[in-house]
Design a protein around this ligand. Structure first.
Ligand code: NAP
Length: 285
């Protein structure tokens, strides 16, 4: 399939690589060209601008920061896309964002597939993302080989919009777990205990969670490779709160978690990994 891939950041670059390696004809574009250029070695073509990337494409993929950025990039790309092309919107954009982008797709005669992804840098690099797919059944069927190329599982949710709603459910879980691990480690430190005892205690039991073993050692040392930038976690915490307000839901945990991520971002950790929220989680004396 002829694919235009817009946004080759932490997640987009490995996804585009897997699509090219699966034999698709991939053209990539990224605002900072240094992140797109290496994909030429995987057989991808590198476009100078979004419109150049989408010309002649059957499928457009966006993997950009947020709804505003997707809107901006697709605003210039969509008029150059062939009528009837399928747009796989994979970025995390929230409920209102997905609605705005669906309207943009309709305006330009594109078939909108709302399919954000679950997983971070590692799963993206290994082609083991979980695709939260929603949109017209025939378009999802067309995209199935693409989903298989970047993911290990596709969950089909229904009409476009349900993928973005479900992504918020999953990110609420992720943010709460990350903050829970961070505060638990910080509490142990605050009680003059080695926080590594926490990992020993949960290991292999029903309270165990692989994510704790993945993130906690780096959180304790204050050194984590950036898999999920903290600023994006804060964006997602805001999207969860917006969604809850829109559906008249009174969440208790989400505002506290959001406050922690906001505090960490304000402390200069926005570009660090989300696990560095631990720096804002240490209990005050
Ligand atoms: P990232 O590495 O920060 O990539 C963001 C992308 O957006 C880059 O291509 C960046 O271009 C581009 N961008 C930002 N502002 C732009 C602008 N004004 N105009 C044009 N392009 C712009 O982030 P990521 O982790 O790949 O995340 C991408 C999306 O996936 C986000 O919605 C995120 O929430 C979601 N997501 C992330 C993860 C994760 O664990 N990382 C997991 C699931 C979903 P430059 O390279 O030029 O900055």
């Amino acid at each position: 399939m002829k694919i235009a891939f817009l946004g080759t950041g932490i997640m987009g670059a490995p996804m585009a690589r897997h699509l090219a390696q699966a034999g698709h004809d991939v053209t990539v574009w990224n605002r900072s060209t240094d992140k797109a250029a290496p994909l030429a070695e995987q057989g991808a073509e590198v476009a100078d601008d979004p419109a150049g990337a989408v010309a002649g494409a059957e499928v457009l993929v966006t993997m950009l920061t947020d709804a505003g950025v997707v809107e901006e990039v697709m605003g210039s790309a969509a008029p150059a896309a062939p009528d009837g092309a399928v747009w796989w919107q994979a970025s995390t954009v929230g409920i209102e964002g997905a609605e705005r982008l669906a309207a943009l797709a309709q305006e330009h005669g594109l078939t909108f597939v709302d399919a954000p992804v679950l997983g971070t840098r590692g799963p993206a690099e290994q082609g083991e993302l979980v695709i939260l797919a929603s949109g017209p059944a025939d378009a999802l069927e067309r995209l199935a080989p693409l989903f298989d190329a970047v993911g290990s599982k596709t969950i089909t949710l229904g009409e476009a919009g349900s993928g973005s709603r479900f992504k918020l459910v999953m990110n609420h879980w992720l943010l709460a777990v990350t903050d829970g691990i961070a505060e638990t480690l910080a509490l142990a430190e605050g009680l003059d205990l080695d926080p590594r005892f926490f990992l020993d205690a949960i290991e292999g039991g029903s309270l165990d969670i692989g994510y704790a073993h993945l993130k906690a050692p780096g959180m304790i040392e204050g050194k984590l490779p950036v898999s999920f930038p903290l600023k994006h976690a804060l964006k997602d915490a805001d999207l969860v709160l917006e969604a809850a307000a829109r559906h008249a839901l009174d969440l208790g945990l989400a505002p506290a978690v959001r406050e922690r991520f906001a505090r960490a971002a304000a402390a200069g950790l926005a570009d660090e990994d989300m696990g560095m929220v631990i720096a804002a989680t240490r209990p005050r004396r």
